[in-house]
Write a protein that binds this ligand. Structure first.
Ligand code: HEG
Length: 143
């Protein structure tokens, strides 16, 4: 998956717009993940509460968006930007890579809910590609 210069421009532009709300968007995406795809709850079974209002879910979603911000800042080499996180997910957390697609889906829904009509098909495409790049990077050390 290769991001065009135009994709990168759209990703950076949207990130600038949403970054003040990043924690909230991440919390929403993670809440949706565990509700819509309950099989993902297994990774967060050490959280006391997995409901959409759970402080742990919100805090974890905020962390995920923090990492996405890192990826935006290092958009020309996402593999380097997320290298440590890739090791963590592969060697320590061992998250089945199918789950990255599920989270990408809920993140797109949360972005859409935040941006409304500004979430154009073109921006949707750029972010879908970007999240696929992030998923590939986070899974690249599995085997
Ligand atoms: Mg992962 C920890 C980012 C997908 C399950 N994830 C983390 C952390 C970050 C992060 C920044 C904290 C790392 C640290 O504490 O040093 N995660 C991240 C991104 C994405 C992703 C950017 C994909 C876009 N994670 C993901 C998915 C699952 C998952 C799909 C499982 C369904 N992550 C997971 C778990 C932890 C992290 C279980 C540890 C949580 C904890 O114990 O606090």
């Amino acid at each position: 998956m290769t991001l065009s210069d135009h994709d990168k421009e759209l990703i950076v532009k949207v990130w600038k717009k949403i970054s003040p709300k990043a924690a909230q968007i991440g919390g929403d995406a993670l809440a949706r993940l565990v509700v819509v795809f309950p099989q993902t709850k297994i990774y967060f079974s050490h959280f006391a509460d997995l409901s959409p209002s759970s402080p742990q879910i919100k805090a974890h979603g905020a962390k995920v968006l923090g990492a996405i911000g890192e990826a935006v800042r290092g958009i020309d080499n996402v593999s380097v930007s997320l290298s440590k996180l890739s090791e963590l997910h592969a060697y320590n957390l061992r998250v089945d890579p199918v789950n990255f697609k599920l989270l990408a889906h809920t993140l797109l829904v949360s972005l859409s809910a935040t941006l409304g009509a500004e979430f154009t098909p073109e921006i949707h495409l750029a972010w879908d590609k970007f999240l696929a790049v992030i998923a590939a990077v986070l899974s690249e050390k599995y085997r």
